[in-house]
Design a protein around this ligand. Sequence first.
Ligand SMILES: C[S@@+](CC[C@H](N)C(=O)[O-])C[C@H]1O[C@@H](n2cnc3c(N)ncnc32)[C@H](O)[C@@H]1O
Length: 214
Amino acid sequence: MTRLTSAITGYWDDAAGAFDDEPDHGLRAAGTRAAWDRLLRAWAPAGPADVLDVGCGTGSLSSLLAAAGHRVTGVDLAPRMIERARAKLAGAGLTGRFLVGDATAPPTGDERFDLVLCRHLLWTLPDPHAALRAWVARLRPGGRLLLIEGRWGEGGPYVGGAETLPWNGGVTAGDLTAAVRPLVRDLRVEPLSGDPGLWGGPVGDERYALIAEV
Ligand SMILES: C[S@@+](CC[C@H](N)C(=O)[O-])C[C@H]1O[C@@H](n2cnc3c(N)ncnc32)[C@H](O)[C@@H]1O
């Protein structure tokens, strides 16, 4: 593990305890949870699908997908995030598999998935282009890549060395489209900034979902 990756792991381990206090993280308000549930049901493939949630954090989106009947695997670098994801699904009577690991090389062997999902992860990856290639390679033919991302600008203090991250502060839909298009058969972008119900209030920055078919 590089010094930067080790710092990122420590940051998120420390953040795990309070992570769900943010409305769009914990999805504790019924309206926020329902707004994400509606979108995920629209974006996910029909029927029980094998889903890989990379950088799953405390498992909030994994939990919605498991409740919708999908078989979910979550991967996160931070062991404390994984502990919370396991507890969240178990507490809700849901089944999911959660693994500590790097999203750029998910520890899932040669398994293939129908949907690879990532929310708010690409900005903190040292090599996001390698991660995108790895995720497409994990998809079955006809599988779907769902990237929920944004460009929110450099916010508060993160970790030393964060300024070297290629997409520190987020990635615009235009830049992410340019990176993903050569890897997939088709893609579309749905803007998400205009729906305050997703975020717990109005937001002024660029947020979107990129949905790609391989
Ligand atoms: C902003 S949080 C998003 C969590 C979750 N996807 C969500 O939307 O609630 C970023 C997550 O990515 C994880 N993470 C950061 N770098 C990672 C990496 N290289 N591999 C796997 N997970 C990583 C962090 O531990 C943290 O849980």
